[in-house]
Design a protein around this ligand. Structure first.
Ligand code: EPU
Length: 347
């Protein structure tokens, strides 16, 4: 076998998912050079089996074992492809760590990713759920995604429009078995006004003693401080960030809920007729924050984050998530949907 990829039988996945739940895969394929991906996928042991691409394992819940083969892309290069008129195109391979890319881009003097600092996971996973935080979504900075199209058996380069980004959504997420993201291209700026729309950033910058317009690095520092305070560190307590998406509902429903619950945070939806509600607030209002059933629980720092206090199984976490969603549905008439991919079970 070529040293550019490596196939292992019966792999333990417990250290490969940030929930830290026990799970196994019949096969684990690690690919170190993306140029050999097509060849590796033809290996007779795994050809035709279900394939689960796995990045940092920070946005999935193993409710059971992975069927077939798990694929880990290891190539992690980052480079500036070109620069023109104060804007640089940057290419990063799927196996790079997202936060490493953010810090590297700041080291290059490039702005645009600073609001997305400290998000766990890999570059390859970023476009799939269009990661977003503090007023910016990755899709706004992505100009193209390179992927292996399993349906066509070809390498493709999809521009931003073809990626069809939405809130925590993309073409890749809607057809999870079709594409394997191999690299992502971003357009970043030498100098750009920071995005400070998310109220907490301004407050954090003030607390840091930064008066005038902040640098991109200072914005990243503010985001890192907020995240460290609000979100449990997956290295210490198993979690996958927000477990539920903020629900998008018709404007009339949001207005009725707001009339009954004046403190409910309501944000613009994806069009005039819709609004985004705070799932964290709805869950908190149902009394779930800090709740615990065995080792499966809800973070006491943030109601949207499910946590594994130690030995929780994926099935126990999923059962807790279902109870939370059922209680929010009953009390507010709003359906919550999970944000992470659930492996081995249907929501
Ligand atoms: N809130 C509560 N209880 C809580 C936490 C929050 O009532 O325990 C209310 C507060 O009123 C707060 C509001 O919910 O003002 C919004 O909370 P927050 O600012 O933390 O944002 P979020 O909507 O809960 C989203 C993303 C996060 C992202 C933050 C910041 C989703 C599903 N989650 O959370 O992303 O970091 O905004 O931009 O969109 C992730 O996707 O894994 C993730 C962590």
């Amino acid at each position: 076998m070529s040293a550019l990829y490596f196939l292992r039988r019966d792999a333990d996945l417990s250290a490969r998912n940030t929930f830290g739940v026990a799970a196994r895969a019949p096969w684990l394929l690690e690919v170190f050079d993306t140029g050999t991906l097509a060849e590796a996928l033809e290996l007779e042991q795994i050809a035709g089996l279900p394939l689960l691409p796995l990045g940092g394992g920070s946005n999935l819940l193993f409710a059971g074992d992975a069927p077939g083969a798990v694929l880990a892309l290891r190539a992690a290069g980052m480079r500036v492809l070109g620069e023109h008129g104060g804007r640089a195109t940057v290419r990063a391979e799927a196996g790079a760590e997202w936060h490493a890319l953010v810090m590297w881009s700041l080291d290059q003097g490039l702005c645009g990713l600073e609001n997305l600092a400290l998000i766990p996971g890999s570059v390859g996973a970023a476009p799939i759920q269009n990661i977003g935080a503090y007023g910016v979504e990755a899709g706004e900075r992505i100009v193209a995604v390179e992927a292996w199209d399993r349906q066509q058996g070809t390498r493709v380069r999809m521009d931003r429009q073809a990626c069809a980004f939405g809130y925590r959504d993309s073409a890749f997420k809607r057809a999870p078995d079709r594409w394997i993201v191999t690299a992502v291209e971003f357009e970043l700026a030498r100098d750009a006004a920071p995005r400070l729309d998310y109220a907490g950033i301004g407050e954090e910058l003030a607390a840091m003693g930064i008066a005038g317009p902040p640098s991109a690095r200072e914005v990243a520092e503010a985001v890192i401080r907020i995240r460290r305070r609000k979100l449990p560190d997956p290295a210490l307590t198993g979690n996958a960030g927000s477990f539920f998406k903020n629900p998008i509902v018709p404007a009339a429903q949001a207005a009725a809920l707001l009339a009954a619950h004046p403190r409910l945070p309501v944000f613009p939806g994806d069009g005039d007729g819709s609004r985004k509600l705070s799932a964290a607030w709805l869950i908190d209002a149902c009394g779930w924050k800090g709740a615990r059933e065995g080792d499966a629980g809800v973070s006491d720092a943030h109601a949207l984050v499910l946590v594994n206090h130690g030995q929780a199984s994926g099935a126990q976490l999923l059962a807790l998530a279902r109870r939370i969603a059922a209680s929010v549905g009953e009390r507010f008439g709003v359906a919550l949907e999970p944000e992470p991919r659930i492996v081995g079970e249907r929501w």
